[in-house]
Design a protein around this ligand. Structure first.
Ligand SMILES: [Zn+2]
Length: 450
């Protein structure tokens, strides 16, 4: 099993669905917070759970460079490494290679690039991007694609789309041959998280114990830590043994049934801003066959109205019974609009990035918390928000934290913005369940407050 998806209610083109992954069930349409480096910047995992984040994103390019795929794999994959028991999706690394790295050299085989961190040279191909994503162990992983720049000549868009199609075929082939090597396939300790989502993995629990203990307890903890390390080494040894047995086509009685769970590989539709090419890309990607489809290559500088047009026309060519993921969008109004058009999954850095710049989305419009007008404002950031920030702190305090460059400003601002996005999506799901088209909700505005 990798994933299953059922549409449970529709309203116009909008769908409410249930996406079951190896690490829990996701109610769609869903907004996925971005956790670039195995961390949603500034927000601890227990608060993400409290906010109702059902699935988060990791970026393969960043994690491959730091801390490296092997490190994450040896910790049981991203779930074990970052102590997150719910679902995770990783991108293929393609988008960052094309947007962040320097000195790219593109061939049929793949892309040679230099790290934006230290200038070291690396190579990504469909095969190596799959190998990295299998090692990271997200529930949903993405085919390696070329994100076509905007604007681009028609001939260039076609060539790029054709390359993405060939890479999609290669991604799928490699994935099918290696999907059983996913790290949580072999680790009962981490796999158990999928059944007890809020349970803290053993390593993390010991970290907390260590913090709480006084000097007297430290020796005991050291012993326990050593035992854990030994046990982890044994786990890894058993894991590798199971893996090699499975690859040899043999089974072993002690291998439990959870070992059958694998990741799900999604295909990505490209084709620039050309509706005809988008249709062709969709049809030919569906022909290759994936359990879910993403619309990529948007939000690359094109006008917003064009993004919407391309999304709407591309959705017409995607199968109704598979999840549809729109990559890298958008504002609160836009995520409501895309859900209305029939998108099931979305991600965007906007709520987290804007929060770090003091830009906050509220039911009364966008708030720039740095403004002097909030210096004496004792009211909550958003009177209609139930998040822990709005329940506890005043605008004056949030403004002070931001103006003083306190780390807590980023933490609290990000918690509120994520809460706003996640609550918005929850309201969208609710309205679809009631048979209402998700419309421009009165509480969803991103214009500045008047
Ligand atoms: Zn709030």
């Amino acid at each position: 099993m990798s994933i299953s998806f059922q549409v449970e209610a529709t309203a116009g083109k909008a769908r409410r669905g249930r996406l079951v992954t190896p690490h829990g069930e996701i109610q769609t349409p869903v907004f996925m917070p971005v956790g670039t480096l195995a961390s949603v910047k500034g927000v601890p995992q227990d608060i993400l759970e409290e906010l109702g984040a059902q699935i988060i994103l990791g970026n393969t390019y960043h994690l491959y460079l730091r801390p490296g795929v092997e490190t994450v794999r040896n910790m049981g994959g991203l779930h074990g490494f970052m102590s997150w028991g719910r679902a995770i999706l990783t991108d293929s690394g393609g988008f960052q290679v094309f947007s962040l790295s320097e000195l790219r050299k593109l061939t049929e085989d793949g892309v040679t690039f230099r790290s934006h961190l230290d200038g070291s040279s690396h190579f990504f191909s469909p095969e190596s991007a799959m190998e990295a994503q299998i090692g990271l162990g997200a529930d949903i992983i993405m085919a390696f694609d070329e994100c076509t720049e905007y604007p681009a000549e028609p001939e260039r868009v076609r060539k790029s789309m054709e390359l993405t199609l060939r890479w999609a075929g290669r991604s799928k082939k490699y994935f099918e041959q290696h999907k059983h090597a996913v790290p949580w396939n072999f680790s009962p300790q981490v796999s158990a998280l999928s059944h007890q989502q809020t349970q803290i993995p053993r390593f993390a629990r010991n970290d907390k114990q260590r913090e709480d203990n006084d000097k007297q307890g430290e020796d005991e903890d050291k012993q326990r830590e050593d035992n854990d390390k030994q046990r982890a080494d044994e786990d890894r040894h058993v894991s590798r043994e199971c893996a090699s047995l499975r690859f040899a086509g043999r089974t072993k009685a002690s291998v439990p049934t959870w070992s059958e769970q694998t990741q799900a590989l999604f295909g990505i539709i490209q084709g620039g801003m050309d509706r005809g090419l988008r249709k062709e890309s969709a049809e030919r990607t569906i022909e290759i066959g994936f359990p879910g489809y993403a619309i990529g290559g948007l939000s690359v500088g094109e006008p917003r109205e064009l993004t919407r047009e391309i999304v709407e026309s591309t959705l017409e060519h995607l199968p109704a019974d598979k999840p549809r993921y729109l990559m890298g969008v958008g504002t609160p109004e836009e995520i409501v609009e895309y859900a209305r058009l029939g998108v099931d999954m979305m991600d965007c850095v906007l709520p987290t990035r804007a929060a770090r710049h003091g830009l906050l989305f509220t039911s009364e419009g966008k708030v720039s918390i740095k403004q002097a007008r909030y210096a004496q404002d004792a009211g909550p950031l958003d009177p209609n928000c139930g998040c822990r920030v709005c329940q506890r702190y005043s605008r004056a305090y949030l403004r002070h934290l931001y103006a003083s460059n306190e780390v807590l400003a980023q933490v609290l601002n990000t918690i509120h913005n994520l809460s706003f996005y996640l609550d918005t999506m929850q309201r969208v799901r609710h309205s679809i369940s009631l048979g209402e088209k998700p419309r421009f909700l009165s509480g969803v505005r991103s214009q500045p407050r008047s």
